[in-house]
Design a protein around this ligand. Structure first.
Ligand code: NAD
Ligand code: UGA
Length: 479
């Protein structure tokens, strides 16, 4: 199948590379020329384990191509994915300007061939219909321009009004060319996690498609068939294929992220109660997680959730509810608990070190989670802000960020190249991101380099006993 993916970020690039691996012809479109040029040379704009190999493989086979030219992408494809960003606005609403621009542009380049336009970006409920309208608007504008500028068009009759055209097949027709955009918009929310994006794409818990068009649904099923039936070396039982209406598919995405974020805030709240009562939240999570109705995943207490999606998607759902006159109290509390979790960590440092002014705090890890270079809404950033406000000096070491050019939000942070340099003269270390390499650090050596051998394991991921034996004073979250 011929596929275009618009937007080569974490979602678009992974989707494109994985579909090419499954044998589809994929053309990835991005309006950032530097990104596209890099990809054409095999240079990735993001860090995602396994992605470089997949991109190399796709490029070598010719199944994966990159361009800035949207028209080429659209006109050579039967399925067009929209995978551009939808970051949060200060109001909490998602910023839909990238989706809007792409939808209009798609409309401008549609020809007579039938196409499925797939919303993979996370967009508010109702966006499927909105995207459809924008595509029709774009198509109408382009046709109007073609009609008014074409020498041949001078003799043509415009049937219907491009401004008011609605619905498939209801679009105006140029008498001579019989041009008519012929497409369906489907919602196909993405559930991949950064750091394990390729595994998640090939082994999803389900694939959700929201549409009322049997033709579009059939094409989507054909596209995903290798994953659904675990062909091409993919192991496991068949993947559930979930077909819904458009609005429900859009809501499934928000509800899934909101639930997971709530689950984390729940365990963080339990952690805060554990600290006061003498229980240990890790043992509690293990104990309740064995209940199949609860499950152990997303019950790791710590600094709370960050990243490019949970914060913006929970905010967007709260905002959507408000738009419809409903106050999402549980979701508001989820956000509050999450924000306070970072403040609590600073309070822990204050309790241990008293005055933070003039103290040096070293952060182990900066990214919002391990195995990614993504710093969007990383808990480290708010921690840095809190600490700097209190007059502390902040140093940091991150396995990926330290060696990269990423310095956004880190202007006042000393970014060290390894953990030993980080520990030098620190009054405390805080493990912020549970990178695998932090499991095997020589903590005895780190302790000897520090001004005070205090370590706060803000992800509860290290062996406390071993750390104590190495001479560290250890604190955590929820015990
Ligand atoms: P991203 O910011 O990493 O990438 C977006 C890309 O779109 C950028 O490369 C940008 O240059 C490109 N772009 C913007 N406007 C364009 C245009 N007019 N034409 C062509 N390209 C354009 O975003 P992301 O993290 O991949 O997220 C994309 C969407 O997927 C968002 O809605 C997000 O909520 C959703 N999502 C993300 C994840 C994730 O883990 N990152 C997971 C599930 C869903
Ligand atoms: C999340 C969802 O897990 C994906 O299903 C979804 O597709 C994606 O958002 C999205 O919509 O973009 P991601 O943000 O990549 O994926 O990472 P997660 O593994 O979900 O972690 C999110 C945050 O929660 C991280 O800051 C992580 O440290 C934190 N977390 C996670 C906890 O604090 N405790 C946990 O038990 C699990």
């Amino acid at each position: 199948m011929h596929v275009a993916v618009i937007g080569t970020g974490y979602v678009g690039l992974v989707t494109g590379a994985c579909l090419a691996h499954l044998g589809h012809h994929v053309i990835c479109v991005d309006n950032n020329p530097a990104k596209v040029e890099g990809l054409q040379r095999g240079r990735l704009p993001i860090y995602e384990p396994g992605l470089e190999e997949l991109v190399r493989e796709g490029s070598a086979s010719g199944l994966l191509q990159f361009t800035t030219h949207l028209q080429t992408g659209i006109q050579s494809s039967q399925v067009v994915f929209i995978a551009v960003g939808t970051p949060a606005l200060p109001s909490g609403d998602p910023d839909l300007r990238y989706v809007e621009a792409v939808a209009r542009e798609i409309g401008q380049h549609l020809d007579e061939q039938y196409r499925v336009i797939v919303n993979k970006s996370t967009v508010p409920i109702g966006s499927g219909d909105w995207v459809r309208m924008l595509i029709l608007d774009g198509a109408a504008e382009a046709a109007k321009q073609r009609f008014s500028s074409s020498e041949e068009g001078k003799g043509e009759t415009l049937l219907g009004d491009p401004e008011t055209a609605t619905g498939q097949g209801g679009v105006f027709t140029l008498d001579e060319s019989r041009w008519m955009p012929h497409f369906d918009v489907v919602s196909n929310p993405e559930f991949l996690r950064e750091g394990s994006a390729i595994h998640d794409t090939f082994h999803p818990d389900r694939i959700v498609v929201g549409s009322d068009s049997p033709r579009a649904i059939q094409i989507m099923q054909q596209l995903y068939e290798p994953i659904l039936s675990r062909q091409g070396g993919l192991a496991g039982d068949p993947v559930p294929w979930v077909v819904t209406d458009l609005a429900s598919a859009e809501m499934i995405k928000y509800a899934a992220n909101a639930f997971l974020a709530t689950k984390i805030s729940f365990i963080n709240e339990i952690a805060n109660i554990c600290e006061r009562t003498g229980a240990d939240v890790t043992q509690v999570a293990d104990g309740i997680g064995l209940d199949k109705r609860i499950g152990r995943s997303f019950l790791n207490a710590g600094l709370g959730w960050g990243g490019s999606c949970f914060p913006k998607d929970v905010a967007a759902l709260i905002q959507t509810a408000a738009d419809y006159g409903y106050e999402a109290r549980l979701l508001r509390a989820t956000v509050e608990v999450n924000q306070e979790q970072r403040q609590r960590l600073v309070e822990k440092l204050q309790q241990a070190l008293k005055v933070l002014k003039g103290k040096t705090i070293g952060l182990l890890g900066l990214t919002f989670k391990p195995n990614t270079d993504d710093m969007r809404d990383a808990p480290s950033l708010s921690l840095i802000e809190h600490l700097r406000k209190l007059g502390a000096k902040v140093k940091a070491y991150d396995p990926v960020v330290s060696g990269s050019g990423i310095r956004e939000g880190l202007a006042h942070v000393v970014v060290e190249t390894d953990a030993l340099r980080l520990a030098q003269d620190c009054d405390a270390l805080v493990l912020v991101t549970e990178w695998q390499e932090f499991q095997t650090l020589d903590y005895g050596r780190l302790a000897s380099l520090m001004r005070r051998p205090l370590l706060i394991d803000a992800r509860n991921c290290l062996d406390r006993q071993a750390l104590r034996q190495a001479g560290m004073t250890v604190l955590g979250v929820g015990w």
